[in-house]
Design a protein around this ligand. Structure first.
Ligand code: ATP
Ligand code: MG
Length: 355
């Protein structure tokens, strides 16, 4: 099974080496942060307003898919405020006491980053409500009838929460953030700027159309753009003179099986099977998965979301169907009888509900 761990186009961070490189490529200030124009402008106002008043800014929630820049922005917030960043995460805080320990050692004005905040345990979450609102927590000492709650003041701080699943955050927690930043997929032009910037930092020469080629295959995600850039750089250094041109980027990404739309081998296998073996569908998920030799879950979780987002595949009550764009993308002629030929179809596109 092709685990997501080995995918060049996975949006998740892969291993220690990638994390080191990512740290080196992270923009450090708001002005270096590319794209997300509205978020950047709003955040800039929030931070400047607070600095001007000499107060700690409102708590900030960063919501968006993996690799879109949440951790990067959290670090930038601390840097812009001139404050240290304390880092923890929902899964790391198992008990309310763990959270109390972190909160009670915060100095005034410090920024606390809680990654994956939707995974915070319930008792810790309730403690956080009070901490966010009143800068106070109740530490429970003892057990049973003799237990007492000792109120503890904590220094005013700014919480920056990050989540890939804003829909899973309980309302009361969401409501305590003064500012919620929704991070979207990036436009190709923005990714192009990111690729050129990263190339500069990695000391790699890249032409503008070479950067455009890499950006266009990056699935709207800076992390993927940076990863593709590194693979293309390897190719440029070993097989050519080190300069990344459009032709070179194309040749390299062909070798790595990432196509012009950012589809990889698995994505294309799913699509090709849907078209060639099932005439474009409808076909059930498990049948489709067997036809490409994968687990249904792999097809559903790893390949389908991007295919749906690209408008290549639709999930319907009767099964998966290919859109006309899928036939065009694989360069196949669409048979007149295929499910979406010439008709407008009512489809459940499988997209997640907006947060
Ligand atoms: N706006 C941006 N401009 C330049 N580089 C960016 C931008 N956003 C993200 N990156 C780069 O993409 C990589 C991944 O970003 P980051 O770690 O902030 O994503 P994330 O949203 O925290 O992902 P995850 O959900 O996996 O934690 C980093 O190396 C960072 O340098
Ligand atoms: Mg992160």
């Amino acid at each position: 099974m092709s685990g997501e761990g080995e995918r060049l186009v996975s949006a998740d961070a892969e291993g220690a080496e990638e994390q080191v490189i990512e740290a080196a490529l992270r923009p450090k200030r708001l002005d270096d942060f590319v794209g997300q124009e509205r978020v950047r402008e709003q955040l800039s106002l929030v931070l400047r307003g607070a600095l001007r008043r000499g107060r700690t800014p409102d708590h900030v929630l960063l919501s968006g898919g993996p690799g879109l820049g949440k951790t990067t922005l959290a670090m930038i917030i601390a840097a812009e405020l001139g404050q240290p960043l304390r880092i923890s995460s929902g899964p790391a805080i198992e008990r309310a006491g763990d959270l109390a320990a972190v909160l009670s050692t915060l100095a005034e004005g410090e920024v606390l980053f809680l990654d994956e905040i939707h995974r915070l345990a319930r008792p810790a979450e309730e403690m956080l409500y009070m901490a966010m609102e009143d800068f106070r927590v109740d530490v429970v000492v003892g057990k049973g009838p003799g237990a007492t709650a000792i109120p503890l003041d904590i220094a005013p701080f700014t919480l920056v929460g990050a989540t890939t699943r804003a829909g899973m955050l309980p309302g009361p927690l969401r409501d305590r953030f003064g500012f919620v930043a929704h991070m979207d997929f990036y436009e190709p032009a923005e990714l192009e700027v990111i690729v050129r910037r990263s190339a500069r930092l990695l000391d790699v020469e890249i032409t503008d159309d070479g950067a455009a080629e890499v950006a266009g295959r990056s699935r709207g995600t800076p992390r993927i753009a940076n990863r593709l850039l590194r693979r293309v750089r390897d190719y440029a250094e070993v097989r050519a003179d080190g300069v990344i041109t459009r032709d070179l980027a194309r040749a390299a990404l062909k070798l790595y099986e990432v196509d012009e739309r950012g589809l990889d081998r698995l994505d294309r296998a799913v699509l090709a099977s849907l078209l060639r073996k099932f005439g474009g569908g409808p076909v059930g998920l498990s049948t489709l998965a067997v036809s490409v030799g994968e687990e249904p879950e792999t097809v559903e979780v790893v390949a389908e979301p991007f295919l749906v987002r690209q408008g290549l595949l639709a999930r319907t009550p009767r099964g998966r169907i290919a859109t006309p764009a899928a036939w065009a993308h694989l360069g196949l002629a669409q048979p007149a009888a295929s499910p979406m030929a010439g008709t407008l179809f009512e489809v459940d596109d499988g997209a997640e509900r907006p947060d």
